[in-house]
Design a binder for this molecule. Structure first.
Ligand code: ATP
Ligand code: MG
Length: 388
């Protein structure tokens, strides 16, 4: 029945040069989403992207597009030749399929191709009466129809489609540049990663572990999370970095109450080095204001002072329950709640300082050989490419 899919994007939000970048990047991402189906063709017609299915069933193809950022809506399309009888026949097939013989409909016609002999109201009239004649139990309802049958007459073909499925919105991944996201095994950072991708950021993920104190199973859990995140526009590079040595140095030389903040600062320095190497322009974290002692304003400021990059915190102002809702929706929640220790929880002080001053932190950090510890951590990283 449906042999194409028509994709609409960012009609209202982008203009000018940005728009043409967006079109190219989205077209590339849609093509990438269909790599598993080599017969699928992706192209652009005017301000739409058209997916030609060439035999691929439409349902899985529609589901695939539910995972692509930057799409405002899409429609399964039946294609007809440029001839009013062919258009009417196709419309009847679509109406029959969608209404299963009864219900109400209306026709909305557009004629992009001004050479076509009938204008839009005439096309709508012809198609409407053909459907009524063919399906005796079907009625017209212009206000609340069960089916809006859209007919779009284009240069070389006509499209008939039954609905507009809402897309994810946001921007296509890659449109906003590249960043490094800090991914723990918790609930928050996978959601932050998803939201950053939705805003068009192309991400390298970094996870810090303290093997052998954190288990291999804990690392597997992070890889599972990345596998899930990669379904939304992957593949995703994951950099695994040991902070065992850094934690041991902090434990030996620094006040207990500042441990977590000091470790975070080291994480930021390492991530910043990675960003330099990978041309990343920002760091992304899952911090949410006030959630724990290391997420007070002074703690966040102390951590941010360790990088010169923009720090993007998509969850900064969100409530935990809303974050959990998103985690469930995107499929990361069940994996995030598996009980495996993170390097931070193993190392958490009994009484963390909630209001650390920068001078105090500088003093606490003085005994650490920061530069060498960071360089060694970066050098020992293991990189995996996960998904698709
Ligand atoms: P999450 O659920 O994302 O772990 P959280 O509420 O447990 O967040 P923290 O443990 O304080 O909060 O971590 C805050 C942020 O620091 C995380 O969202 C993540 O971006 C980063 N982070 C924490 N631990 C790690 C880790 N082991 N590897 C990489 N990033 C980490
Ligand atoms: Mg955590």
């Amino acid at each position: 029945m449906y042999d194409h899919i028509l994709i609409r994007y960012g009609e209202l939000t982008t203009k000018g040069a940005n728009r043409s970048d967006m079109e190219q990047i989205l077209e590339r991402n849609v093509r990438q989403a269909f790599v598993a189906w080599p017969q699928v063709r992706v192209g652009r017609i005017h301000t739409r992207i058209v997916v030609e299915l060439h035999g691929v069933p439409v349902e899985p193809a529609l589901q695939t597009l539910q995972h692509v950022f930057g799409i405002s809506s899409f429609s399964p399309v039946a294609v007809a030749s440029l001839d009013i009888e062919a258009i009417c026949d196709t419309a009847i097939q679509v109406a029959k399929h969608e209404l299963a013989g009864k219900g109400t409909f209306k026709v909305e016609a557009r004629r992009g191709n001004k050479q076509f002999p009938l204008d839009s109201p005439a096309i709508a009239r012809e198609v409407g009466s053909a459907v009524l004649r063919a399906l005796p139990e079907v009625r017209v309802d212009v206000h609340h129809p069960d089916l809006v049958l859209e007919v779009d007459v284009r240069k070389s073909q006509a499209y008939v489609y039954p609905r507009r499925v809402p897309g994810l919105g946001g921007f296509p991944i890659g449109m906003s540049g590249r960043a490094i996201a800090l991914l723990s095994g918790g609930i928050d950072s996978p959601v932050a990663v998803w939201k950053a991708m939705k805003r068009g950021l192309s991400l390298d993920l970094v996870h810090f572990h303290s093997f052998p104190f954190t288990s291999e199973r804990a690392q597997r859990k992070v890889e599972d999370l990345v596998e899930i995140l990669a379904k939304w526009g992957g593949p995703l590079p994951l950099h695994l970095i040991s902070v065992t040595e850094i934690q041991s140095e902090i434990r030996k030389h620094c006040p207990e109450g500042l441990r977590t903040v000091l470790l975070r600062r080291m994480m930021f320095r390492i991530a910043t080095k990675l960003a330099d190497e990978l041309r990343g322009g920002a760091l992304v974290t899952g911090d949410s204001l006030g959630q724990v002692a290391s997420q007070t304003l002074s703690a966040l400021n102390a951590v941010d002072a360790a990088t010169n990059l923009t720090v993007i915190r998509p969850l900064a102002t969100e409530d935990k329950l809303d974050i959990i809702d998103v985690a469930k929706r995107i499929g990361t929640y069940e994996t995030s709640v598996q009980p495996f220790d993170d390097c931070c929880s193993l190392f958490a002080p009994r009484r963390p300082k909630t209001n650390p001053k920068l001078e105090e932190i500088d003093r606490a950090e003085a005994p650490l050989d920061v530069e060498n510890l960071v360089a060694a951590a970066v050098a020992s990283r293991e990189c995996k490419r996960i998904g698709m």
